[in-house]
Design a protein around this ligand. Structure first.
Ligand SMILES: *[C@@H]1O[C@H](CO)[C@@H](O)[C@H](O)[C@H]1NC(C)=O
Length: 169
């Protein structure tokens, strides 16, 4: 099933689903969405937080989101971001918390991203918590799902550190 992004009728149906889901329980999302990108948008988050190449996702009753990719891959926003094969987080409105499987390059180090928060969409800002620092970036960087390139054999993972990553642009 696919829902056209341009069809206002489809959007209206999606809105109805969301309203019904919210009315039916305190759980943020109980409806099923055709894509992770629809799910993000309906939770006040930009669609581009996950790449185009998402294979599938699961969302449990507690709001634990698990996103499955074919293989680890790199996407470029402001800095480079590494998606592992499985990325999980607690999803609530405007927030992905307790992220696992996502790292961002900062000054040649790969640091795990912990939380991603949009407090106020009208500010145009998104908050990225990488443990050592909070970064505020423009929401517009995350508007569209990025292309995510797999890196094959140059990827070496040791605990949370990734060494020997080569740029293959
Ligand atoms: C994520 O949710 C689980 C329960 O569903 C909770 O135990 C855990 O502390 C949460 N993590 C964060 C970082 O909020």
């Amino acid at each position: 099933m696919s829902i056209s992004h341009t069809s206002s009728e489809a959007n209206f149906h999606l809105l109805l689903l969301v309203l019904l889901a919210v009315a039916a329980s305190d759980v943020v999302v109980t409806a099923s969405y055709s894509s992770i990108h629809e799910l993000l948008r309906s939770n006040g988050l930009p669609a581009g937080l996950f790449p185009e190449s998402v294979k599938s996702y699961k969302l449990d009753q507690k709001g634990r989101l698990e996103v499955q990719l074919d293989r680890p891959c790199l996407a470029k926003y402001e800095n480079r971001v590494l998606f592992e094969t499985v990325v999980s987080a607690n999803l609530s409105f405007g927030q992905l918390k307790g992220l696992e499987g996502l790292s961002q390059e900062e000054l040649f180090l790969w640091l795990p991203v912990k939380d991603i928060i949009v407090n106020d969409p009208s500010s145009g800002l998104i908050l990225i918590d990488i443990g050592l620092a909070h970064k505020q970036l423009s929401l517009s960087l995350f508007e569209d799902p990025p292309v995510c390139r797999s890196q094959g054999s140059s990827l070496y993972t040791a605990g949370r550190k990734i060494i020997g990553f080569q740029d293959q642009r």
